[in-house]
Structures are given as structure tokens and as C-alpha cells.
Design a binder for this molecule. Structure first.
Ligand code: SF4
Ligand code: SF4
Length: 77
């Protein structure tokens, strides 16, 4: 039987090529009121660890390199 990988889309994505977590940045992690963002220490990038979000956007606004994108669902725009 063929196996397939289902990629779950999370509301917050981080552009790894822009993220400077490997240089010590933790801004998005620090500002998130839900603590859903973490730094992947192996890859040196921030990522969403739980698919839960208030769409409050400080992670996107405060990121010094514009690496964070918050995708606000159409229904709550
Ligand atoms: S604030 Fe931006 S640069 Fe800093 S860790 Fe988060 S995504 Fe990376
Ligand atoms: S939008 Fe708000 S709740 Fe969602 S990850 Fe960013 S700071 Fe956290």
C-alpha cells in the first residue's frame, strides 16, 4: 500500500532563510502570549510547536528580519 505524507499547515510560518535564531534572537518566542513558538536549536530557526494561535501578530510585527508570516483565516479577518 502506498504511503503518503500529509503536511499540516500551521497558521504561523517562519522563513528559515531570514530567521536569525541561530544568532540568539528569541523575539517571536518571547512575545507570543500562548507560548506556541519555539526555537529549533538544531536547525537554528523558530517554528510553531502547537497549532494554536490568537492571530494577535506581535510575532510577525516584532520579528527584526520579517521572517514570520501569520496567516489569518478568512472567517476571522
Ligand atoms: S523573531 Fe524572527 S528572527 Fe527572531 S527567532 Fe523569531 S522568526 Fe527568527
Ligand atoms: S499570532 Fe499571537 S498567538 Fe499566534 S503565534 Fe504569533 S504571537 Fe503567538
Amino acid at each position: 500500500m502506498a504511503t503518503s505524507t500529509v503536511r499540516v499547515k500551521v497558521p504561523v510560518s517562519v522563513d528559515a532563510s531570514r530567521c536569525i535564531a541561530s544568532k540568539g534572537c528569541t523575539v517571536c518566542v518571547d512575545v507570543c502570549p500562548l507560548d506556541v513558538l519555539v526555537i529549533d536549536k538544531v536547525k537554528g530557526v523558530a517554528l510553531m510547536q502547537y497549532d494554536e494561535c490568537w492571530y494577535c501578530t506581535p510575532c510577525e510585527v516584532d520579528c527584526p528580519t520579517d521572517a514570520v508570516s501569520v496567516e489569518i483565516p478568512y472567517l476571522i479577518k
